[in-house]
Each structure stands twice: as structure tokens, then as C-alpha cells.
Write a protein that binds this ligand. Structure first.
Ligand SMILES: NC(=O)c1ccc[n+]([C@@H]2O[C@H](COP(=O)([O-])OP(=O)(O)OC[C@H]3O[C@@H](n4cnc5c(N)ncnc54)[C@H](O)[C@@H]3O)[C@@H](O)[C@H]2O)c1
Length: 391
């Protein structure tokens, strides 16, 4: 069912992951600003872009359709910037900007650590996906994607569906996540869930010496597209699944369908083996981490750590194994990349299963070097980009 691990010597695996030219060194020390430093140190858009090293940001408005969108291209050293579009009712435009800047930067690292020939990009549309989304809005957004001439390729993210990609496709070819009848791989969420499941099993193997999660208590926060498929895998492996969602209808459906246990209130104090954040980001912060009563954190949500350095360190200090989000949720990007690279479904799943070995490698390298797992993953991703930019 899953890719059997053949734990390799970490440095050998690092070379395989990064490329042949990296033989001189197997220790990658890369400095990066933490997310809190990034937010506090500048307020102007260009300064923020420069600091986070974005190549280009496109602001898009259209009076007729009411479109307000931002497309952020973070880095195209390894290839075109591929990343989904998120439609969300942001409280302020600044919140939307910060989100798209952070998310696109994360996509750069995700593509790099996964070994894809892709850069990092992301888009956000400001608005309520339930009430404000329609064909005209999607098509207008597609026209803006087209103006970037392939530097940015879009796909689904929170608030977006496969049918929205079909509308976008009417205006641009730079769109993935298309339905199978149009030559696409469909919604990438099930593949994302499979990758998260692989990463979770690798974290289990690292923590308990055995990757079985049968009988483990697992809290899944967010029961949407990814969360539900993950719950399906977990239930099939006979884990005890605890669920939480702000959407009570979803909770009811999931509890009935998978015999899961609903939890509400302060879920961070729940005594479980694994906490799987599959809703939105920043749930790992100074308030929640001291309350956690789990051995492993491994979930799908992007940007789970409020601050990449501070909160990764807090988890390490508490002895909680953190499977880096941008590594284990890469199944989705593999699925949409498959449309660009012409992989079939089987190859897509095989590539996604490799998340198991990469996760095990990153957890081991972090242990060997006494660094956080987030830092270990970033080091490997950044080394690959640096290597490519030199060649
Ligand atoms: N869809 C993908 O392929 C993919 C790929 C990589 C990463 N991700 C990330 O995984 C996460 C989930 O993605 P999705 O596609 O399943 O989204 P989704 O919109 O289908 O599901 C998200 C679910 O989380 C719930 N939710 C929102 N805020 C919550 C909160 N505070 N507490 C509890 N539940 C809450 C929502 O009600 C919804 O049911 C997102 O962070 C997304 O960026 C998704």
C-alpha cells in the first residue's frame, strides 16, 4: 500500500535529493528570517517582497466582476511558479497580502524538497467562496494568470473546486487540477491526503520504531477535502480518529460516516498520539504548544508554525516530533505537476509515496544535527535552489 522504507544513510540520501554537485558537504547551514521577523520589520509591499525574496507580485482588480486578487511569484529558479489559488474572506487586504506572500514562499520550499522542477507561487482571491464565486469572476482571474505568460501556474486551494479550474482554463492554459476528462488529475486533495498519511507513518516509525498507526489516537482538525480522505486512510488502518471542525455539518457527516469521535472546545489539550492540523495555518504557536499532549504533529495545513524558528524549537524542546508541513503535504503539488510532466495516476501515487522516505530522512538528519525538523527540511530545500541558481 505504501512505499516501503529503506532507511538510507542520511548524507547519501541528501546527495540524491539535492544533486551530485553537493558532495563536498553534507551539512547545509542556511539562514532564513523567521515569519515574525518578516512581518514586523517592514510594512511597504516592495520592502516585504525584497525581504522575503519574491520575484513578482501582481495585484488584480476588476470592477465588473468584483474581483480582488493577488498573485505572488516567489521563486522561479527551479521552474515555473506553481501553486493553488485560495479564495478566502480576509478581514483586511494586508492580511491577504501577508498570506499570499507566506504561502508562495512555502511553495518554493515544497517544490524544492520534493525534487520537482517547479518554483513557488500562490494566488489569493479576496471574498466569500460560498456567495461571491461565479464563472465570470473565475474567468477574469484566469485572464490575469494568462498575463504572466506561464511564469505562474494555478490550481485549487482552500475555497476552490475543480469546476473553477475549468472556468479558468477558458482564459489560460496555465492551470492545473483539471478534471480527468479534460486530461487533468482532478482535485489534488486526495493525493495530498495520501502524502500526509505517508509522512505520518514515517513520523510514527521514527518515534515508535514501527509505522503502524493501528490503535493510535489521532486528532484531525479540519475535515475538508484533505481531512476527510486522511480520516478514511486512518480509519481503514484502525486508528481511533478524533475530529474537529468549525463547520458542525461536516462534523456530523464525518462522525456518522467514519465512526469518528467529535471533540470541541480547547482541542489542544486533548490527549492523543498524533495531532493532524488540516484546517488553516499557525495553530502551532506559543499558546498551543505548551498545551499539546501528543507525541507527533503531522498534518496537511500550510504554515502550521506561527513562527518557523521559535515554534519549531518549542516543539523540539517538548520532545514532540514535527513532520514539516511543506514536506508532507506535497502530494497535491505532485498531483498537479503530473499534469505538466505527463505522469499517469500510478506514477503520481508512487512519487507521493516517496514522502515517507524523505520524511524519515529529514527527521533523522534533524536528530543527527540536533536541529529542528523544520530547519532540516528548509536546509535541504534551500540547498537545492542554491545549487540550481549556481548552475
Ligand atoms: N487541498 C490540497 O490539495 C492541499 C494541498 C496542500 C496543503 N493544503 C492545506 O491543507 C489545509 C486543508 O485544505 P483543504 O483543501 O482540505 O481545505 P477545505 O477548505 O476543503 O477544508 C478545510 C476545513 O477546515 C475547517 N476549518 C477552518 N477553520 C477551522 C478551525 N479554526 N478549526 C477547525 N476547522 C476549521 C473548514 O470548515 C473545512 O472543513 C489547508 O491549510 C490547505 O492550505 C491543501
Amino acid at each position: 500500500m505504501f512505499h516501503k522504507s529503506n532507511p538510507k544513510n542520511s548524507s547519501t540520501f541528501a546527495r540524491l535529493l539535492i544533486g551530485r554537485n553537493s558532495r563536498k558537504s553534507n551539512r547545509y547551514i542556511v539562514s532564513f528570517k523567521t515569519t515574525s521577523e518578516l512581518k514586523s520589520s517592514s510594512s511597504g509591499v516592495l520592502s516585504k517582497m525584497q525581504e522575503m525574496e519574491h520575484e513578482q507580485v501582481l495585484f488584480c482588480t476588476d470592477k465588473k466582476t468584483g474581483l480582488k486578487a493577488i498573485i505572488a511569484v516567489h521563486n522561479t529558479v527551479l521552474g515555473p511558479a506553481l501553486g493553488g489559488t485560495r479564495m478566502w474572506n480576509y478581514a483586511t487586504e494586508e492580511e491577504a497580502l501577508n498570506d499570499v506572500l507566506r504561502l508562495s514562499r512555502g511553495m518554493t520550499f515544497k517544490a524544492a524538497i520534493t525534487g520537482l522542477k517547479l518554483g513557488g507561487g500562490k494566488a489569493v482571491i479576496i471574498g466569500d467562496a460560498k456567495t461571491q464565486k461565479n464563472e465570470a469572476l473565475m474567468r477574469r482571474f484566469g485572464k490575469f494568470v494568462q498575463t504572466l505568460g506561464g511564469k505562474y501556474i494555478t490550481a485549487e486551494d482552500v475555497g476552490m473546486e475543480t469546476e473553477d479550474m475549468v472556468y479558468i482554463k477558458k482564459e489560460t492554459n496555465y492551470v492545473t487540477g483539471l478534471p480527468e476528462e479534460m486530461g487533468g488529475n482532478g482535485n489534488p486533495s486526495p493525493v495530498t491526503a495520501y502524502g500526509v498519511y505517508m509522512g505520518m507513518k514515517a513520523a510514527a516509525k521514527f518515534t515508535w520504531g514501527n509505522d503502524s498507526i493501528a490503535g493510535k489516537k489521532i486528532l484531525v482538525q479540519g475535515t475538508g477535502h484533505v481531512g476527510e480522505t486522511l480520516i478514511d486512510y486512518l480509519t481503514k488502518e484502525k486508528a481511533f480518529v478524533y475530529v474537529n471542525d468549525i463547520n458542525q455539518e461536516r462534523v456530523k457527516t464525518i462522525v456518522a460516516k467514519y465512526n469518528a469521535i467529535s471533540v470541541s472546545g480547547n482541542i489542544y489539550t486533548e490527549e492523543v498520539d498524533i495531532y493532524a492540523p488540516c484546517a488553516l495555518g499557525a495553530t502551532l504557536n506559543s499558546e498551543t504548544i505548551p498545551q499539546l499532549r501528543c507525541a507527533i504533529v503531522s498534518g496537511a495545513a500550510n504554515n502550521q508554525l506561527l513562527d518557523e524558528k521559535v515554534h519549531a524549537q518549542m516543539l523540539k524542546d517538548r520532545g514532540i516530533v514535527y513532520a514539516p508541513d511543506f514536506l508532507i503535504n506535497a502530494g497535491g503539488i505532485i498531483s498537479v505537476y503530473a499534469e505538466v510532466a505527463s505522469y499517469n495516476k500510478q506514477k503520481t501515487m508512487e512519487e507521493t509515496a516517496k514522502i515517507y522516505d524523505t520524511t524519515l530522512f529529514i527527521l533523522n538528519i534533524a536528530k543527527e544535527q540536533n536541529i529542528t525538523t523544520a530547519q532540516a527540511a528548509l536546509n535541504v530545500a534551500m540547498a537545492r535552489i542554491q545549487l540550481a541558481s549556481r548552475n
